[in-house]
Design a protein around this ligand. Structure first.
Ligand code: UDP
Length: 386
């Protein structure tokens, strides 16, 4: 008899999972999503006025070091090679990010070689910090006060709505520091943009008669789901429990759309690093699809704010109080038997797309093996990351 599965959320986690389960098991899969489109926060759509492919929820660049993940996504759609170049506005000047030799030389008005720059930054670094415990300490330890204040302090305060001392060092570790002129924002071997956008890619993941998607359908965990053999939940974990212990902290972002002729800023992403400039960054979408020609342009000016119950959650804050709450929800979730919690919101982590896909692929493999051997699958994808 065919298994009946329910997946809550048509974002990357839910759709990759649906793809793998439908390929391996005799099953039917229902996917419900409360929004009016698939693809979650990676949703892309052609703008009606300009025809430009817009990243509706902010910039998404696919980057990974894992060949199997790169091969997986490329088996559904061609990815064009894309190098993300980010510029940063600070004290009325434009610099290159991530911090690289050009940034260092320009900022300190020097002409250092790679070795000289390395030595120079050592003199800037606060060596009294041996084991950085938070974002600020990580910055002070590795790049020193001046670069930290110019590029990270103000931006981070705007982005996260708190002092960088309250944030984990891991957030800063996302961004490399380079002692050469490489200004690729990402360190990964494979980086690219899907030719027909992420929504087109995700449509292909779920292009299978076994899979049925219902949009505009909000899920409530109190609903009777006994007709399904298993429920895979990719929504916020605290929402599953009706926030009974309290709400996990998220930042959300809002966008102001800018239309212009030609080229607005000459680069996909310009960051505004000062605390008194209200927006964090401006994304010019047409530079993602450099192989297309568009006379006009559309940009998103991005603002960050605290999430209210009606906002879409973007960035999990993971402050100390959040971690305590998360632990309470995780303990309760672990007691559920025919439910799994998967992805950024259900596991409450800051995850890149390739991590989400990698985890969905390995969880799908785990679930398929458990099903075929009649054993009980894990509720969460992997415990190491918590
Ligand atoms: N960040 C910063 N200044 C910048 C860019 C990033 O301070 O110009 C900090 C900020 O705290 C941000 C973190 O570095 O949240 C990670 O940046 P990333 O570009 O990876 O953020 P994302 O694109 O995921 O929003």
């Amino acid at each position: 008899m065919a298994y009946k599965f329910l997946i809550i959320g048509a974002g990357l986690s839910g759709t990759v999972l649906a793809n793998r389960l439908s390929a391996a098991l005799d099953c039917t899969i229902e996917i419900w999503d409360e929004r009016d489109h698939i693809a979650g926060n990676c949703h892309t759509k052609r703008d009606e006025k300009t025809g430009i492919m817009v990243h509706e929820y902010g910039p998404h660049i696919f980057n990974t070091d894992k060949k199997e993940i790169w091969d997986f996504v490329n088996s559904f759609m061609e990815f064009k090679p894309y190098v993300h170049r980010v510029k940063a506005m600070s004290s009325g000047k434009v610099y290159s990010l991530p911090v690289n030799l050009h940034t260092i030389n320009q900022f300190f008005n020097k002409t250092l070689t790679p070795d000289e720059a390395r030595e120079f930054l050592e003199t800037q670094a606060d060596k009294t910090i041996e084991d950085p415990q938070n974002f600020e300490e990580q910055a002070m330890r590795f790049i020193g006060k001046d670069l930290y204040k110019a590029f990270f302090y103000g931006y981070t305060k705007k982005q996260w709505g708190c002092e960088p001392t309250e944030l984990p060092a891991s957030i800063l570790k996302r961004i490399p520091v380079r002692f050469n002129y490489d200004d690729n924002y990402h360190n990964n071997i494979y980086t690219g943009i899907p030719v027909d956008g992420y929504t087109g890619l995700i449509e292909k993941f779920i292009d299978n008669p076994k899979i049925n998607v219902t949009l505009n359908k909000k899920f409530d965990s109190k609903e009777d789901t006994s007709g399904y053999d298993h429920v895979f939940y990719t929504g916020p974990i605290d929402a599953w429990f009706h926030y009974k212990h309290g709400r996990l902290g998220y930042r959300t972002v809002t966008f102001e759309t800018i239309y212009a002729e030609g080229d607005y800023q000459g680069v996909t992403q310009m960051n505004y690093c000062e605390a008194d400039v209200p927006h964090t960054r401006i994304t010019e979408h047409k530079h993602f699809t450099y192989w297309e020609k568009h006379n006009d342009t559309i940009c998103f000016k991005e603002f960050s704010k605290e999430t209210t119950p009606d906002d879409i959650p973007y960035y999990p804050k993971r402050l100390q109080a959040d971690k305590v709450l998360l632990q309470q929800y995780r303990e309760e979730a672990a007691r559920l038997s025919t439910t799994s919690f998967l992805g950024r919101l259900a596991t409450y982590r800051y995850m890149d797309m390739h991590n989400v896909i990698g985890e969905a692929l390995s969880y799908a493999a785990h679930f398929i093996t458990a099903t075929q051997s009649n054993s009980i699958p894990d509720v969460f994808p992997n415990d190491e990351a918590f």
